[in-house]
Design a protein around this ligand. Structure first.
Ligand SMILES: Nc1ncnc2c1ncn2[C@@H]1O[C@H](COP(=O)(O)OP(=O)(O)OP(=O)(O)O)[C@@H](O)[C@H]1O
Ligand SMILES: [Mg+2]
Length: 208
């Protein structure tokens, strides 16, 4: 091929996405929010955005505005409020899908073939939350390929708008999955939720 032509071809280094927004390549996609929250079919746990950790709330705002990159990887000790924080955000989103890794694996293995439906949900929802990553001491092939496909679908079809949640730090997760998966999980914004086990605090409050 004529090197001149090749040169011209590479003058435009950024590939334009369909929307014409090159930021999509960085996972910077805004997420339209409702003014008032509505509870979807996701776990109907009692939740309030004003009880969500302040730094995490700032991260939510920035992510929704497209100022921080997706996905969000949220980690922290047991009971620090990870699940409820993610669900509190989901209540402000027009369409959101919540799965624990175990529930998604179960749907995929379902004999009545909920598989296609489950993946359709993961692919098409505005915000996809995948919770309880690395919960078991050993990650089998099913869990591995499920997380990988979830990442693939959200990266290819949904501007990476997803929240991945774990009790484990990225370093610990590498031991259970591998560097490749963890690099993709943490490619956007990483937030560590600090603090005490809120379940224990609540039980103490109830007793007193
Ligand atoms: N934003 C919130 N609004 C109301 N209650 C909350 C909120 N965040 C946490 N809590 C309370 O704290 C408890 C623990 O929260 P949550 O289940 O989200 O923790 P977690 O970090 O996901 O725990 P685990 O690691 O075990 O999955 C909940 O049962 C809930 O009662
Ligand atoms: Mg949880």
């Amino acid at each position: 091929m004529d090197p001149k032509i090749l040169g011209e071809h590479f003058d435009h280094l950024t590939t334009l996405h369909e929307s014409g927004n090159p930021d999509l390549a960085n996972g910077r996609r805004s997420l339209p929010l409702r003014k008032t929250p509505e509870c979807h079919q996701m776990p109907e746990l009692y939740r309030r955005m004003d009880r969500v950790d302040k730094d995490l709330l700032t991260a939510f705002r920035r992510l929704a505005a497209g100022e921080y990159s997706w996905p969000l990887f949220l980690h922290g000790a047991v009971g620090t409020g990870k699940t409820l924080a993610a669900l509190s955000l989901a209540d402000f989103v027009l369409e959101a899908g919540y799965w624990t890794l175990e529930a998604l694996c179960d749907a995929i293995m379902d004999p009545e073939s909920k598989t296609t439906l489950a993946w359709k949900g993961v692919r098409e929802t505005r915000l996809a939350i995948l919770d309880e990553l690395g919960e078991r001491s050993k990650v089998g092939d099913l869990q591995y390929t499920t997380v990988k496909k979830h990442l693939d679908l959200r990266e290819q079809r949904a501007g990476r708008v997803a929240i991945y949640i774990s009790n484990l730090t990225p370093e610990q997760l590498v031991q259970m999955f591998d560097k490749r998966i963890v690099s993709r999980l943490t490619a956007g914004t990483v937030v560590a939720l600090q603090g005490k086990d809120r379940r224990a605090t609540e039980i103490c409050e109830e007793k007193s």
